[in-house]
Design a protein around this ligand. Structure first.
Ligand code: N01
Length: 543
């Protein structure tokens, strides 16, 4: 073991605090703030970026903005903060959200707890001392009783391997590692690989800003407009007038997106009504609204789902002038990936300088010095390649840290067949390790649930300390039961049968399996509360 060490480092150079936080995105920032206010815990946070922000630090690609309305994409823990910060837009741009997160870090004096430019490499549980021993890429060792990982659901980038990648003479940028000093793309020949949320945003933004834009599309996705507009007048004031009520309603809804969800099943109305409702929803804009505000069964009913896609397909045909391009842009799969919204996406393909290459039927065979060669022999000459190729999602970033838990069990082994947790927060064999929005967690809008989870974590830490315990760890049975419950909740959904990062199918070799609790935010809140009410006696070992 590592011996006694004070905050400033003991004889062996090991430093000790009460809690270590990894990551300073939305969840990490709040974790630092909350834990520092639990019995004045000493907290040390590590961040591999040079500043706070997480997702909103890394994703500085052109066009990056939230597609969640800002009234539910912010913190709720301090009404004064909510009142003070003036959002300019309904779907704020990356720069504005990043400024907000930096403001929060400063407002609550959180930076003094953060060491930036530091990657946590290993985390090893010392069972005798009930401490996590954490090492970093700077050669430091830290110890803490509690380890809170807020490392991001969509953070470990997926960079596909293409033959000849090193040969390319131009620039290559992944959207989620976009350079801080913005590359000048004006007049350049830009190729974008990938047409998910990131690709669709970057494509829509760049169309009129670059010399030429070539989109390499493997699988099209359904896109509805965001119908971006200013925040509805008076909305934020109305929320402030019933602040607790509003946030309670957000958390106890299904999706936690802060809008009214439909309670009407599309299957129970006529075909015409279904189509009319989706037409109207399309005009109002918003991807999550399109999925959850017209009807409550888009994600479970093939009938309702088909109406949702029929309307979008018609819009694509109406918008895109070239029928061949329009056909290529129409997905053949269900509306059951994470829904996308973006203004002007399909219109972009009407521009003279924009072309679409179907790499599903004409795959990329290699990257050359001058560009991208497809199977038909064409060499698409480019100055810049943008990889909008997504993430090793949900479990990917967690697994980048080498965890060794109780009895020497590694997280890699524990999650070999699938990620396993209880409540999406804690894993058997890994006492006092908390994963904010970890695998098998709620499938919802994130910021409100981050806060709820961190509050729950703080409650367990208080419990451990008040009862003079060393640790809290979910039992094997609790983990098993939770996974079964998650799987049951997901089994009826169309997400389960549609390929995307949601079930791991975007990463070759990764188990294709449910990784979420899909029964809704409110039901999830109830689950956390049940554990708290039971004093964690039922599903946890307290040691
Ligand atoms: O990643 P994705 P993303 N050759 O995995 C293609 C959140 N987000 O970064 O489907 C060719 O969705 C891949 O094709 P295919 C949001 O939750 C939110 O766009 O594998 N193509 C696909 O088209 C979102 O769901 C916001 O056939 C390859 C694309 O790359 C999540 O992040 C903005 C390929 C990857 O799409 C992920 O979105 C951005 C290959 N070898 C992100 N490999 C907002 O809030 C991959 N692709 C707005």
């Amino acid at each position: 073991t590592t011996g006694q060490a004070g905050q400033d480092g003991g004889a062996d150079g090991v430093r000790e605090v009460d809690a270590i936080v990894i990551g300073t995105g939305f969840a990490g920032i709040y974790s630092i703030h909350k834990l520092r206010n639990v019995d004045g815990l000493s907290v040390q946070a590590f961040e591999n970026a040079s500043d706070v922000g997480g997702t909103w630090y890394w994703n500085q690609y052109p066009g990056a903005r939230s597609d969640t309305e800002v009234n539910a994409y912010c913190y709720s823990f301090d009404k004064d903060l909510f009142h003070e910060w003036k959002w300019s837009e309904r779907y704020p741009r990356q720069q504005e959200i990043w400024s907000y997160l930096k403001h929060v870090a400063d407002r609550y004096d959180l930076r003094r707890s953060v060491q930036f430019d530091t990657q946590v490499e290993t985390a090893t549980w010392d069972d005798d001392a009930s401490r996590w021993v954490v090492t970093t890429d700077r050669g430091e060792t830290w110890r803490a009783q509690f380890l809170v990982e807020a490392v991001g659901l969509l953070s470990a980038t997926k960079v596909p391997h293409f033959a000849g990648m090193d040969r390319f003479a131009g620039e290559v940028h992944h959207t989620a590692r976009w350079p801080q000093d913005e590359p000048d793309l004006s007049g350049k020949r830009v190729g974008v690989i990938g047409t998910g949320s990131s690709g669709v945003q970057v494509i829509s933004e760049l169309g009129d800003k670059v010399g030429s834009l070539t989109v390499f599309q493997r699988t099209p996705q359904w896109v509805v407009p965001s119908k971006h507009r200013p925040i509805a007048p008076g909305l934020l004031e109305r929320i402030e007038n019933d602040y607790e009520g509003y946030w309670h309603d957000v958390l106890y809804s299904v999706t936690a997106f802060g809008f009214e969800e439909s309670d009407v099943a599309g299957e129970e109305v006529s075909y015409d009504e279904r189509i009319r409702a989706f037409e109207e929803q399309y005009e109002r804009g918003g991807g999550f609204q399109y999925m959850f505000q017209a009807f409550n069964d888009v994600a479970v009913s093939r009938v309702t789902n088909a109406a949702a896609t029929e309307v979008i397909a018609r819009k694509i045909r109406q918008t895109v002038k070239d029928p061949v391009t329009a056909n290529l842009l129409i997905p053949s799969d269900l509306y059951a990936k994470r829904p996308l919204c973006c203004d002007g996406y399909y219109e972009t393909y009407n521009r003279e300088n924009v072309s679409l290459v179907d790499v599903q039927h004409n795959p990329i065979v290699e990257i050359t010095e001058r560009g991208i060669r497809t199977e038909d022999g064409t060499e698409h000459e480019l100055d810049v390649i943008v990889l909008a190729t997504g993430f090793d999602a949900v479990s990917g970033n967690q697994l980048k840290i080498q965890h060794t838990g109780r009895d020497g069990v590694s997280l890699h082994d524990h999650w070999k067949h699938r990620p396993r947790t209880h409540l999406g927060l804690m894993a058997h064999h890994f006492p006092n390790l908390y994963m904010i929005y970890g695998p098998m967690g709620p499938f919802t809008n994130q910021p409100p649930l981050h806060e709820a989870q961190v509050n729950w974590v703080a409650g367990t830490i208080q419990h451990v300390r008040e009862h003079d315990l060393g640790s809290i760890e979910p039992t094997a049975d609790a983990e098993e039961a939770w996974i079964a419950e998650c799987d049951e909740g997901a089994s009826g959904t169309l997400f389960a049968v549609t390929n995307s990062w949601i079930n791991g199918s975007n990463i070759p070799g990764k188990p294709i399996i449910n990784m979420f609790y899909m029964s809704g935010s409110g039901a999830y809140m109830d689950k956390m509360e049940e554990e708290e009410k039971a004093d964690y006696a039922e599903n946890f070992s307290l040691g």
